[in-house]
Ligand binder design. Structure first.
Ligand SMILES: Cc1cc2nc3c(=O)[nH]c(=O)nc-3n(C[C@H](O)[C@H](O)[C@H](O)COP(=O)(O)O)c2cc1C
Length: 204
């Protein structure tokens, strides 16, 4: 009996150690999501992401706050190899090379004239900047949820908006913002320095 218990103990230990440390489990702490999320520029082309997993990430993005709950963000998800290949051509050669192995590419847009507007009038000087603000918040939820699920991302602001609009049939009242790569890191990403707190915050 003692032998069986020891065997089970060993098995449990092996299973608990077998996870990839780069891929945190669903119950991973928020701080470790923040600490391990990086802009990843090399993806493992042998690993796929299912539509159900993308939907789970997008559902988290849906939880983001937005101006008067306008929720102006929209997502156009390229999962088929043809659409992914077509979109790869519209993000510039450097980005194309960096996300070559990413199985999913996503275009993020926001509807103009919603956030920051009361009826058709801008509420203040920021105007549609509030739509871009809300879109960035939504994208932040997206990339953090993705990391919590063990995925990696790259937000790309370098992209050709008009051909992308045509490729996905994006209406004229939407502003094409970032393209986001989603997949698994192929190696350890760069750890760029972030500015010191005292450089960006002043307390009064
Ligand atoms: C709006 C925006 C646009 C970006 N565009 C690109 C891009 O086109 N190509 C790229 O390699 N990285 C891009 N990045 C990633 C940044 O370079 C990266 O976030 C920054 O260097 C900090 O690194 P980290 O995300 O690993 O902390 C973009 C990030 C943001 C938020």
């Amino acid at each position: 009996m003692k032998k069986i218990v020891t065997l089970f103990g060993l098995l449990a230990l092996l299973l608990s150690c077998s996870g990839n440390p780069q891929e945190p489990a669903a119950s991973v702490s928020f701080d470790s999501v923040l600490a391990t999320r990086r802009s990843v520029r090399s993806y493992d082309a042998t690993k796929s992401v299912s539509e159900a997993q993308v939907r789970e990430i997008l559902a988290a993005a849906q939880e983001a706050p937005s101006w008067a709950n306008q929720q102006p963000s929209k997502y156009y998800v390229a999962v088929s190899p043809e659409k992914v290949r077509a979109l790869q051509e519209l993000i510039g050669p450097r980005n194309k090379e960096n996300v070559a192995g990413a199985p999913v590419l996503i275009v993020s847009t926001f509807e103009r004239g919603k956030s920051g507007f009361f009826r058709d009038t801008p509420s203040n000087e920021i105007g549609d900047g509030w739509g871009a603000y809300d879109n960035g918040l939504s994208n932040a939820y997206f990339i953090l949820k993705a990391r919590a699920m063990g995925f990696d991302t790259l937000i790309m602001g370098f992209r050709e908006s008009e051909p992308i609009r045509t490729l996905f049939g994006i209406p004229e009242n939407e502003e094409v913002m970032a393209v986001i790569a989603l997949g698994y890191r192929a190696g350890e990403p760069n750890q760029p320095q972030h500015r010191k707190l005292d450089e960006i915050a002043r307390f009064f």
